[in-house]
Design a binder for this molecule. Structure first.
Ligand code: SF4
Ligand code: SF4
Length: 470
């Protein structure tokens, strides 16, 4: 068999995307500014909470296993909600992809946002497209060194800030910020800072479009969510072809000529370096840069209404109208709404106090000298509100029962023990449930613990348990 020397891997070619202006570029700047602004500001926002609770608006407290999102506190027992949230996020991605293709990649993805930021710094130090190419091809001079060092320093500063802000989501921001400056921040914080600095620097500075093309799994399976009505960026050959670069031939041709002048502007602005005129390609992140670039060319040629490249759909290109409401989009939309509704209902209706009960097995019951029977339990109470609460402990479904709690002397007017817990406090108690002799039946009996806050915003909770008898 003849051997072939053709490589299975394409060579990496450095891209120099040209800066351009236009409507979609402005839209991307707006999206980048909002997302970056939120990312940086959120961990610095303060939020007043009672007692010892942290006053950081958004805080993922991993040691305490609690997430604080403004007034919402996510407790360890709510953690399964994260699974629902991840499913909802995936459905959101499916929904937006079915509707508008890879628009998430073009306008919202971290890789796009940070690459845009790095490219701006690069342009500031090295100039636009052609000057950057020239600089890379020129021999090393003092000016080249200064420009390159300036660019890499600015990338490094952006990377360090990016990494530090990420770490601030997991600790008290002012304390950690001080810790970074005086050098006594925790080891894990330093390691995360280092790892994220290096990865941001590498991904947004060097890997760039390689991440979108080769590393991101989303680009590989997005095709499964596309249909004829999905919005894509496409070139219209019926308006552009046959293209003619030569102005004189264009003006003097007797044959019909397309509007494309083969200037290549749509290619040099493309952040993934593709030529959209070849057809739809999975590398396209639907950013609209080529639309803006061609728009400028058409305006210069005084063809303001000609759209050689546009956001469209395969159906629209076939001469029909795009159908926005279709089964796939509606199904994703309903599922997404359903998941968000379920998450919202859960958080609105979840108990404000957590109660867990463990029956003591040694001994399983005690016969007291007066003939009554006592069962011992350990209960674990968690105050999930943001204020101090006092809870009464009751039992129901067990005739002639009385409750006592070890080390708790405070009682309400009905003789039920009262427990005081601060916001976010968790405490175990030993509970003695006693049934008087005149109500004792043979065998075990199910009954319920009820924990109810004496205040109006403390909530209540129940726990089904078993009272054991001879
Ligand atoms: S082809 Fe156009 S829309 Fe697609 S990535 Fe390139 S510039 Fe962006
Ligand atoms: S920018 Fe427009 S005119 Fe220029 S090559 Fe691209 S499609 Fe043709």
């Amino acid at each position: 068999m003849a051997e072939t020397s053709e490589s299975l891997y394409s060579n990496w070619k450095k891209l120099y995307p040209k800066h351009h202006r236009g409507f979609f570029r402005n839209l991307r700047w707006a999206s980048t500014s909002i997302l970056l602004g939120l990312y940086v500001i959120l961990p610095f926002l303060r939020w007043e909470r009672p007692g010892d609770l942290p006053d950081q608006a958004v805080l993922f407290d991993l040691p305490e296993r609690k997430f604080y999102l403004f007034d919402l506190v996510v407790w360890p027992q709510d953690i399964f909600m994260l699974a629902l949230l991840l499913i909802a996020a995936t459905l959101g991605l499916f929904f937006i992809t079915a509707l508008a293709g890879r628009v998430f990649c073009g306008y919202m993805c971290f890789q796009t946002v940070w690459t845009d930021l790095f490219l701006s710094a690069e342009r500031w130090f090295e100039g636009n497209h052609k000057r950057r190419i020239k600089l890379d091809q020129s021999p090393w001079t003092t000016e080249k060194v200064v420009r390159k060092v300036g660019k890499h320093l600015s990338w490094l500063i952006i990377s360090v800030i990016t990494a530090a802000v990420f770490v601030f989501y997991f600790a008290d921001t002012p304390t950690l910020l001080r810790g970074f400056f005086v050098g006594d921040a925790p080891f894990a914080a330093w390691m995360t800072l280092l790892f994220l600095t290096v990865s941001t620097y590498a991904m947004a500075g060097f890997a760039r479009e390689q991440v979108c093309i080769y590393m991101c799994p989303y680009s590989r399976f997005q095709g499964a969510m596309f249909d004829d009505d999905t919005i894509i960026v496409a070139y219209h050959p019926e308006r552009g072809e046959p293209r003619q670069a030569n102005r004189r031939k264009r003006l003097n041709s007797n044959e019909p000529i397309g509007h494309c002048i083969d200037c290549g502007e749509c290619v040099v602005v493309c952040p993934t370096g593709i030529d959209i005129r070849v057809g739809q390609q999975y590398e396209c992140i639907t950013c609209g840069a080529c639309i803006d670039a061609c728009r400028i060319v058409m305006d210069k040629l005084k063809h303001p209404t000609v759209k050689l490249i546009s956001y469209t759909s395969l159906r629209e290109m076939g001469g029909q109208r795009t159908r926005w409401f279709r089964f796939r989009v509606l199904a994703y939309g309903f599922l997404l709404a359903g998941f968000f509704a379920a998450i919202a209902v859960y958080f609105v209706q979840r108990p404000l106090v957590e109660l867990n009960v463990v029956h003591h097995r040694q001994p399983i019951f005690i016969v007291l000298s007066d003939g009554s029977i006592q069962n011992n339990f350990t209960i674990r109470v968690m105050n999930m509100t943001s204020s101090k609460q006092v809870y009464a402990v009751e039992v129901s479904g067990l005739a002639g029962a009385s409750v006592k709690i070890g080390a708790v002397s405070e009682m309400d007017e009905k003789g039920q023990p009262l427990l005081s817990l601060g916001p976010g406090d968790v405490a175990p108690y030993t509970v003695y449930v006693k049934q008087s002799p005149d109500h004792i039946q043979p065998g075990s009996q199910e009954f319920k613990f009820r924990l109810v806050a004496t205040g109006s915003h403390g909530g209540e909770n129940f726990y089904q348990s078993v009272f054991m008898r001879p």
